[in-house]
Design a protein around this ligand. Structure first.
Ligand SMILES: *Cc1c(COP(=O)(O)O)cnc(C)c1O
Length: 389
């Protein structure tokens, strides 16, 4: 568990992104934090050391990243992991057999797979609810409910959950509110300020932003809770290497800058698709036609670069993805380059077809991760790809 430098919170987000958690190296003045590529640390005498013993527990490069992202989320503590899934799996070790968790029906496919295919066998109970309707969260609460887990906006349907309302329900029941903030990032959404207890990320996506590593991170305010998560991280060992921590830290420096362009491109691509395909087929919280646009404006300060569209059929979807040139057909999102994917066959393939149909992930649905390229090039790429559709 790494505590932030409290003075970092005095700055605004774009400044925190560049500076928080890092100070010039005291031995050389190096402006960038060194990559401490080491597994262990020399100790001066029995029981005497500089606070570092073995690198599964602590590494200074990792600590700089943990402080940086914690400061961005306006949190006291950060704990980095080797992947988003490693982070989530570690967070679930806060709980025990017989505990009950309320979670959104439309979440990242890997989250569904971890819970439904693995953790269920260890006695954790899950209730999957439509998080758009706060009343359903209240109705799903049981005596043994330990957590309410939100992903907002959701992947790939861009549905929102009211974080403040959900956290209120969880708090009353003595349960934790845990938010996957991967899509919005702290630049556009600050769940802790709305009552969440833990915010986590796949830092593979926007935080790192360059599609060159896999990582995860959790941040929180409560000291005791952070100590527990740190104990799990050290005991279970899903920690990142120093090189990946350093690369992620290089990524977060430009997070505010990148999110601004992702947001511009997301809005313009959503507008173009809405005009071309009809607004009822486009899923983007920034569109006035989005059923939860008012909530989006209330709890988000930007809408980001993720846009989904219903093309009507798998054949249409395939036509579009094979014609696109600037958008590359690939899983993942949040990098500087634009990507397109078909969730039903790619990111959400582990969700059974019947369940996919139920939540609206059809074979014709395409998800765009708008990068930071020139907006006009993205629109022209779409123009030629949708021709005749
Ligand atoms: C990618 C992703 C994850 C999983 O993270 P990994 O780094 O791939 O393990 C979790 N949640 C969301 C919203 C994601 O997009």
């Amino acid at each position: 568990m790494t505590k932030i430098f409290p003075e970092d919170l005095a700055a605004r987000l774009a400044t925190r992104a560049v500076h928080a958690g890092q100070r010039p190296d005291p031995t050389s003045g190096a402006i960038m934090p060194p990559i401490y590529q080491t597994s262990t640390y020399a100790q001066e005498a029995l029981g005497v050391n500089k606070g570092y013993e073995y690198a599964r527990g602590k590494n200074p490069t990792r600590e700089a990243l943990e402080r940086n992202v914690a400061a961005l989320e306006t949190a006291q503590h950060g704990i980095a992991f080797s992947s988003g899934m490693g982070c989530l799996n570690s967070l679930m070790m806060l709980f025990k057999s017989g505990d009950h968790i309320v979670i959104g029906a439309n979440v990242y496919g890997g989250t569904f797979r971890l819970f439904d295919k693995l953790l269920q066998h260890f006695g954790l109970q899950f209730t999957w609810v439509d998080m758009r309707d706060t009343q359903r969260i209240a109705d799903a609460m049981r005596k043994n409910t330990v957590a309410v887990m939100l992903e907002t906006p959701t992947n790939p349907l861009m549905q929102l959950a009211d974080i403040k309302a959900a956290a209120g329900i969880a708090k009353k029941a003595g349960a934790l509110t845990i938010v996957d903030n991967t899509f919005a990032t702290p630049i556009f959404q600050q769940p802790l300020a709305l009552g969440a207890d833990i915010v986590w990320h796949s830092s593979t996506k926007y935080l790192n932003g360059h599609s060159d590593l896999i990582g995860g991170i959790a941040v929180m305010n409560d000291d005791a809770l952070a100590a527990k998560v740190q104990f799990i991280a050290n005991s279970a060992g899903a920690v990142p290497g120093p090189m990946d921590a350093w690369l992620t830290l290089r990524g977060t420096k430009t997070l505010a800058l990148r999110m601004r362009q992702h947001d511009i491109n997301g809005r313009d691509v959503a507008d173009w698709l809405a005009k071309r395909m009809g607004e009822e087929r486009v899923f983007y919280p920034g569109l006035a036609s989005h059923p939860q646009h008012e909530l989006a404006k209330r709890q988000m300060s930007g809408f980001g670069g993720m846009v989904s569209v219903e093309t009507g059929s798998k054949a249409n979807a395939n036509t579009v993805v094979t014609r696109l040139k600037v958008f590359t057909l690939a899983e993942s999102l949040g990098g500087v380059e634009s990507l397109v994917c078909q969730p039903a066959g790619m990111t959400h393939a582990s969700v059974e077809p019947a369940r996919r149909a139920e939540i609206g992930i059809t074979d014709g649905l395409l998800r765009f991760s708008c990068g930071v390229e020139d907006t006009q090039d993205l629109l022209e790429d779409l123009e030629q790809a949708f021709k005749g559709l």
